[in-house]
Design a protein around this ligand. Sequence first.
Ligand code: GTP
Ligand code: K
Ligand code: MG
Length: 364
Amino acid sequence: MGILEKIQDIENEIRRTQKNKATEYHLGLLKAKLAKYRVQLLEGAKTKSEKGEGFDVMKSGDARVALVGFPSVGKSTILSKLTKTESVAASYEFTTLTCIPGKIEYKGAQIQLLDLPGIIEGASQGKGRGRQVIAVARTADIVLMMLDATKSEQQKAQLERELETVGIRLNQGKPNVAFKVKTGGGITINATVKLTKISEKMVQHILHDYKIFNADVLIREDITVDQFIDVVLGNRKYLTCVYCYNKIDQITIEEVDRLARQDHTVVVSCEQDLNLDYLVEQLWKHLNLLRVYTKKRGELPDFEDGLIIRNGATIEHVCHAIHRTLVSDFKYALVWGASAKHNPQRVGLHHVVLNEDVIQVVKK
Ligand SMILES: Nc1nc2c(ncn2[C@@H]2O[C@H](COP(=O)(O)OP(=O)(O)OP(=O)(O)O)[C@@H](O)[C@H]2O)c(=O)[nH]1
Ligand SMILES: [K+]
Ligand SMILES: [Mg+2]
């Protein structure tokens, strides 16, 4: 039996099994097995060469946003609207067959926007260009999930399921669990909170199923079985997702209002240029980017030319952004602005910078 059939079998069994206290345990084990087969499936996909199909687009700019959605929802249309790149749009499905990069310039940052082929149900199992699309999505900072406001609500859940299947977790934090595989000493399980969704026995069994017999597990939040499997597999990708409903020119104002109230959601019409500025603003917000300025001794900073870095970045990150070798010559830095206790503050490499800080690096 091939992996796909094995997966199908387990999925069927999960679907057939009633969810109650008595079956909870059995279901947990099935889920663990399912996750294992899916990993095998994806690893198999990696060995196949998928080069030369236009999917190996170089990362460029300060952040990357991937457009994921069913065919003909308007992914190419929005790329052409938001960037200087033209991506062919048409009323037939699968107009786009490769990955087409464009560049959004906003608040001094360059955001790479990737137009991708439409994906269909079963994409995670290799239908259509699904696997390549999903592989690109994993490299993004934000998944911009395009949805057609005129289509049924199910499309969102379907797409989410496809991404979920291949280990992408949308708008979820990494489970707060310290997990360490060891070479001996058996399994130690500790929890700092009361666990209501998973038992110690289940943790043991899942580890056993993955042939892990020596490990330290410290659980710091009330996790589910699925979250624990995610921890054990360790290859999950936790991404921010912004949901974008397009074609609102075709629906009633009441419908628009209802969709717009959903979490992480922006409603737009590419055709009528509605709300596109707000979409870019939201992308910027969710990317968590900061802008800082550098200056030389005795000179004023160039406020036209800031450095774009991630929220939480330190002086060390700033040095890397200026020049590859700057860290090795680093003596200290002077910081003016929100992160400084007094202006200027003398700081080391681990100092966390804040938006609009001015930084002067002093070399050895
Ligand atoms: N009414 C309406 N139609 C739109 C809007 N945006 C795009 N369209 C139309 O939707 C159709 C599909 O647009 P595309 O941009 O090709 O969609 P896509 O998601 O890139 O499609 P694939 O590449 O085939 O996956 C085209 O006929 C567009 O003109 C919109 O805001 N309103
Ligand atoms: K299309
Ligand atoms: Mg397209």
